[in-house]
Design a protein around this ligand. Structure first.
Ligand code: ATP
Length: 476
């Protein structure tokens, strides 16, 4: 269309074709939505990912298509990127679990305003499906679906495309190694080398030559020149695991490398130029090491540009059944079922060794069960988590969130097949329990007044409802 020859009166509301042309060229799923969340146009990639049929998409609300939910994401416990724009941000961003045709996926969602001649607000929504993490059992990558896991993933996706140094903070076995590889894979350096170094596994006198390499004759036994890991990682990512174990003299050399991109091999005269992105990890409290003088403050600031906290398994117990299924699937094909009592035991353990400990427990159980159903007898003596232990309450949570988590746990603990008994144990009516389960399934916070009427029949659970909204039966 020749815009210069258009008179102002000809500047009409963009037609379906205009909006379609806006989204169609993009390879990733894209839609145009209005202020009312209604989809005005969708590109082929979006249609293929979510419905295979344009008529099931255009005219529907975006949350109906991507979340199978009657209410917008911010009413269902997630961030709504459209809200960012409506609150004045130039662009909105959120990390969601979407229901695609291929199953549930993690999706990085970005929303931008569209210049619209007649001023009725329109927004372009771009969706990038995560390739490194899954909310359902998968053969590789990171698995989880809890809010704590999603928050960590959102941080990873945010920083991966930058060149910023990243510090992974988490207890042993929480997945720091896996996460560092995921960040590398997502980054523009993904096709280049990924070199991991465990600083706690190298003798102090060897770390420097391992990292920076050495020249021939640099020390007794240095019979030839050796390339260091910094050089091996050229163009890619260097992952320094357990960075808290790095001796002070090497901390100074690492700081110089990070500040100048230059290093000197052991016994070498000439400085070499480095081209690495640094990811480091520790399970130690580096700020207290700084206070004690065992970790350099300037290096701490330099590596702590973007800290990512990896949640402990005890802080995301809702992920345990998914991890059990995933790990068993990875270890054995076909994988045996886990009895309800065995799962209850697995759910009640504290996991000081986190996912690695869970993996070890399952590996042992597989051997003992001879490929048949995993029973409590096949598990080691897992001491029950004490609710008074200091680890039970890790952070102050909204009461609604606490209730949601507790209900999830109680359902898992009771097996979910004797709801009248569970309702009695919880001290609420069966109708109230059905209503709370319905809210939980839809990802909604529980109602404020759990004792109100309006419970549903078993097997006739409805869309989640918030005050003042109309319920519509599932599937209609
Ligand atoms: N989210 C996850 N989904 C599936 N498997 C996971 C996940 N996180 C960790 N694992 C598995 O748990 C085990 C421990 O993970 P990893 O080695 O990355 O932990 P770590 O934090 O680096 O441990 P350490 O601090 O002891 O080095 C590995 O087998 C890894 O594949």
């Amino acid at each position: 269309m020749n815009r210069e020859r258009q008179s102002p009166t000809e500047k009409q509301k963009p037609t379906h074709v205009d909006l379609q042309a806006l989204v169609e060229p993009f390879p990733e799923p894209m839609i145009v939505i209005g202020d009312d969340y209604r989809i005005k146009a969708a590109n082929q990639a979006y249609i293929e990912a979510y419905a295979q049929d344009r008529r099931k998409i255009v005219g529907k609300k975006c949350h109906e298509v991507s979340h199978h939910s009657a209410v917008p994401c911010d009413l269902a416990g997630e961030d709504c990127p459209l809200k960012d724009l409506q609150n004045g941000s130039p662009h909105g961003k959120a990390f969601h679990i979407h229901h695609s045709l291929g199953g549930r996926v993690f999706a990085n969602v970005e929303v931008f305003p569209v210049e619209n001649p007649d001023h009725s607000p329109l927004y372009l929504e771009r969706i990038q499906t995560s390739t490194i993490a899954h909310p359902d059992p998968e053969m590789d990558g990171l698995v989880g679906e809890s809010p704590a896991f999603s928050r960590m993933l959102a941080a990873i996706h945010r920083v991966a495309h930058q060149n910023a140094t990243v510090l992974l903070l988490g207890e042993t076995g929480t997945g720091k190694d896996l996460v560092s590889q995921a960040i590398h894979k997502l980054s523009p350096r993904g096709g280049k080398p990924f070199v991991a170094v465990d600083c706690s596994g190298l003798p102090e006198n060897l770390i420097e030559s391992e990292l920076f390499g050495h020249e021939k004759g640099a020390f007794t036994g240095a019979h030839s020149r050796k390339m260091g890991l910094v050089e091996a990682a050229r163009g890619g990512t260097l992952f320094l695991d357990e960075i808290g174990e790095l001796p002070l003299n090497l901390q100074a050399k690492l700081l110089r490398l990070l500040e100048t991109n230059v290093y000197r091999p052991v016994g070498g005269v000439d400085a070499k130029k480095a081209d690495i992105r640094l990811i480091s990890a520790t399970h130690r409290d580096l700020s207290s090491m700084v206070r004690e003088g065992t970790f350099r403050q300037d290096l701490f600031y330099r590596i702590n540009v973007f800290p990512v906290h990896l949640p402990a398994l005890r802080d995301r117990p809702g992920d345990i059944p998914l991890l059990v299924e995933t790990i068993l699937g990875r270890l054995s094909k076909p994988s045996p079922p886990v009895s309800k009592d065995a799962m209850d035991l697995l759910l009640s353990h504290d996991y000081p060794g986190n996912i690695r400990e869970l993996k070890n427990i399952l590996e042992r159980a597989l051997i003992l069960s001879d490929g048949r159903e995993i029973l409590p007898d096949h598990l080691p003596d897992l001491s029950l988590r004490s609710e008074t232990s200091t680890s039970f309450f890790q952070e102050i949570l909204p009461l609604a969130e606490m209730e949601r988590k507790y209900l999830q746990w109680a359902l898992q603990k009771s097996g979910g097949n004797n709801l009248p008994k569970l309702a009695k144990a919880l001290g609420i009516s069966l109708r109230t329990l059905y209503r709370k389960i319905d809210f939980l399934r839809k990802g909604l916070p529980p109602e404020e007044n759990g004792s109100s009427s309006g419970g549903q029949e078993p097997g006739r659970l409805m869309f989640g409802k918030r005050k003042g909204e109309t319920l519509s039966p599932k599937g209609t």
